[in-house]
Design a protein around this ligand. Sequence first.
Ligand code: NAD
Length: 319
Amino acid sequence: MQQFKKVFITGGAGFIGSHMAHHLLDNFQGQVTVYDNFCSGFKNYLEPHLNNPRLQIVTGDMLDFASLKSASVGHDFIFHFAANPDIAKSMTQTDLDLKQTVLATFNLLESMRLNGIKQIAYASGSGVYGDVGLTETAESFGPLMPISMYGASKLGAEGIISAFCHMFDMQAWIYRFANVVGKRQTHGVGFEFMKKLRKNPQILDILGNGTQSKSYIHVSDILHAMFFVIGKTQNKVNIFNVATDDYLTVNEIAKIVIQKMGLKDVKYNYAGGDRGWKGDVPIVRFNLDKIHQLGWQAKYSSEMAINLAVSEMLTEPPR
Ligand SMILES: NC(=O)c1ccc[n+]([C@@H]2O[C@H](COP(=O)([O-])OP(=O)(O)OC[C@H]3O[C@@H](n4cnc5c(N)ncnc54)[C@H](O)[C@@H]3O)[C@@H](O)[C@H]2O)c1
């Protein structure tokens, strides 16, 4: 059983990273370092642990190699979540993902190599598979031809992780997550709908035609999956899809958000087209045989996860 004595979490003040920090501080006895530049994360996401002596928060950027190398000294396990989460942004900033994902991941692995840190868990995503319609993509699916800078950079980061593992005797767990939802979400369709409806409860602007169909997984399920997989696998590079068995459309999500917010007669205003933006993959289908065979299954369906996440987000102060 993995001990997690001193864990380093990049992006630990963001949505998923803060849940990981809470989970480790609540369930393990070791030290936790959050490394974050706070571009989309928040210090108060780490409440009520801000004064916990086992938590250290370092304000630093993944592209500042000297800072990253010095902050990561002495750790034995890395959870890597820092990245640009906005897929559409690379339409105007074409080198954003290359720097924030590929270069940032290289800096992290090089710091690990120099500091003798051997294990890393990485949050990748379905974007690596590209746009393959209703094809259920298994981890062995190929060729991998992403259609966004975000997806391409995730694939690039996976490749760099694999290379470091093989060349420098490291070990990695790579998770290709579905859309993750829950408390402290910083982006995502349900989150955006709530934000828009708080501003204008009569009209909901929907990107695309509303029929985009994907898996939505609750953050508690992905945390469970991450530790479950680490406890059960010992390969040099362990890659797993992590998703629900079912799928929801954007229209179905709109309906849930409207109902949860107690709104009526909301008019949908579609931007049109089969996808939300260039680079968005409208249909995502995962093959989950590998993780199911290991014994893991999501507790919440996509519908349950969205319902739960919207309820949770409604209790948070609007952002
Ligand atoms: N949320 C999802 O649906 C989803 C799905 C698949 C994969 N992922 C991946 O999981 C990871 C976490 O996603 P999230 O939803 O929690 O996003 P998030 O934006 O809430 O968290 C990212 C965190 O990283 C920090 N960060 C970003 N760039 C940084 C930099 N250069 N240096 C230091 N810190 C930096 C941000 O301030 C933030 O706290 C990302 O790698 C994302 O691509 C997320």
